[in-house]
Design a binder for this molecule. Sequence first.
Ligand SMILES: Nc1ncnc2c1ncn2[C@@H]1O[C@H](COP(=O)(O)OP(=O)(O)O)[C@@H](O)[C@H]1O
Ligand SMILES: [Mg+2]
Length: 250
Amino acid sequence: MSIFEVEGLHASAGARDVVKGVDLTVRSGEVHVVMGPNGSGKSTLAHALMGRPGTSVTAGSIRLDGVELTGTPSWKRARAGLFLALQQPIEVPGVLLEAALTEALAGRSGASQEGDGGQSIDDRLKQEAAAIGFDERFLRRPLNVDLSGGERKRNEVLQLGVLRPKFCVLDEIDSGLDVDAVRAVSGRIERATSEWGLGVIAVTHFHRLLRELRADKVHVLVDGRIVATGGPELAEELERTGYGAYEPGA
Ligand SMILES: Nc1ncnc2c1ncn2[C@@H]1O[C@H](COP(=O)(O)OP(=O)(O)O)[C@@H](O)[C@H]1O
Ligand SMILES: [Mg+2]
């Protein structure tokens, strides 16, 4: 059982304070959903958790199993078991998906190049690709190059399935996906919570992600702060009523 703790987190993007005191505790197997209006700081929060350059933490703490991650480079956080799926995954020309994943797995402490049950990375890639309807031809391409928005999102989930991190931060993993793809992707993530106890922080605008992915907690982020926390019913309410009731001054 692992624990991911965010305490009193303040973070800036560029010169602006965007995340203004966020507390979150996620345990293995739990799904926490973060919803909020455009510009409320969801992506900045996601980037700060992974230590993405361009975002800086100005106060607070990010810990995985008690180990402080704040101030450490992204690759160390990845080795510790954290994974970030970007809202807009970038192209990495010249780097093949399989090569990137082989390196990432080899770099993790205690990880071998073999998957569970002695599966090769190639077999794992194929298995994960099939699970989410990701065309196998893309496995031989440079990372995300010439992939559509929806294919890139699926590629993030494919990488998640092969790397099996302890915790993942998914920034609008459902945006740009058609209905069938949302079902496949959210179903894969839900299975991961029991398969290896993946803990999930999922940023989304849409309740439809939560049909297959069962949320333990839903948090509403407005102006860099969590202003409400509830169960899946909160996501349904937001879908109906919007964020008006939570906006500053409401
Ligand atoms: N690099 C940056 N420089 C300045 N402002 C930024 C930068 N990145 C994001 N912002 C601003 O921070 C706010 C929050 O952005 P973001 O975290 O992307 O919101 P969300 O993901 O909730 O839509 C927005 O007003 C955005 O314009
Ligand atoms: Mg965003």
